[in-house]
Design a protein around this ligand. Structure first.
Ligand code: FDA
Length: 311
């Protein structure tokens, strides 16, 4: 793994650096490559374009580690507005939403935070169901995994269509995949984007990839709907072979990639008959998201530095 990954992931959590660079509009430089816009109209327009290309979409209203109630409520409103517009444009057959619990209350420093987050998630799940679509809970750093899976269990009592993300880099994830590989379950498997300690996570790329393959086997052999979230050509090939080995027809699982990353591969897989979903983040709170993408692709740092200078 790149030696610069750790420092960049630390910067992703730095309030000071965030304030320094966040005045840059989404339309500037490298940000625009990963985030199509700041508001609902921009998100809906990007969705319509991707759907025209034969792709499905999941939308993330950017924001995380929100510590005040008003901002958490504003995030819920943004999702409700988005779902209304997607529905009006007839896009909810192809587009769902992804939600970070820390954006809607889980990070409020208060004993009732988990309850606030679940109530807010429930409001978004209800709106999504009314619009004919679903919600997937994003997964944040390992300190939040238990709380996120507990929230998933609670939400699934009323909204069994709710999905969740598991991160192959965590030691626990193969076991979590077994627990969640049941009928009706939707699991998005990714490698994991956070800086995690060696006590809980694989830190070597080879070990993370091996874990990803073990988790793929569990999910593809299981009864749920696996969502294979990776840009890694090797993981994509292995997933396709495993899908055949376990008798999975196309459409009983899907590939997922991030907006702006390997767009040609996204279209190629869709043209080959695979279900492919693009994760579209939008909003002004792009800082943490962008830093995690740069940590995965330090080659883009020079472009980022240049867009800051030309601000
Ligand atoms: P890896 O990082 O090993 O990259 C493999 C190859 O992909 C590279 O060699 C390169 O070709 C290409 N590539 C990767 N990143 C690139 C970039 N930035 N620019 C250009 N090319 C690039 N994480 C998390 O912790 N919680 C979550 O909820 C989610 N949610 C999520 C949803 C979806 C749909 C996706 C695709 C990913 C996530 N992630 C996530 C992020 C995930 O954990 C991981 O950090 C990234 O997907 C990068 O890992 P890869 O599997 O792509 O492999």
């Amino acid at each position: 793994m790149s030696p610069i990954r750790g420092p960049l992931l630390l910067l992703a959590r730095s309030g000071r650096v965030k304030r320094l660079v966040s005045t840059m509009p989404v339309s500037a430089g490298i940000v625009h490559g990963y985030v199509p816009g700041e508001d609902t109209p921009a998100a809906v327009q990007a969705t319509a374009g991707l759907v025209d290309d034969g792709l499905r979409v999941t939308l993330d209203y950017l924001g995380e580690d929100v510590t005040d109630r008003a901002q958490a409520d504003a995030t819920v409103e943004a999702y409700l507005d988005l779902l209304r517009e997607l529905s009006l444009r007839g896009l909810t057959r192809h587009a769902e939403v992804s939600v970070k619990l820390s954006a809607i209350g889980q990070a409020i420093p208060d004993a009732g935070a988990a309850k606030v987050a679940i109530e807010n998630a429930r409001t978004i799940c209800r709106a999504a169901r009314n619009a004919g679509t679903t919600v997937t809970l994003d997964m944040e750093d390992h300190t939040t995994t238990d709380r996120t899976l507990a929230a998933l269990r609670e939400l699934r009592q009323d909204f069994p269509e709710t999905g969740a993300v598991l991160q192959a880099m965590l030691h626990r994830t193969e076991a979590d995949c077994r627990t969640l590989a049941h009928e009706g379950s939707r699991v998005r498997l990714c490698k994991g984007a956070y800086a995690e300690p060696a006590e809980v996570a694989f830190t070597d790329k080879v070990d993370i990839d091996k874990s990803y393959v073990r988790c793929l086997k569990v999910l593809l052999a299981g009864q749920g709907y696996p969502m294979i979230a990776t840009h890694d050509p090797r993981m994509i090939d292995i997933a396709s072979s495993l899908a055949s080995r376990y008798g999975r027809a196309q459409g009983t699982y899907e590939f997922q990639m991030l907006y702006g990353i390997r767009p040609d591969e996204q279209k190629r897989l869709a043209e080959d008959g695979e279900s492919v979903r693009t994760y579209v983040p939008y909003g002004v709170e792009w800082y943490g998201y962008l830093m995690r993408r740069l940590a995965e692709r330090p080659a883009n740092l020079a472009f980022f530095a240049r867009s800051l200078v030309s601000k």
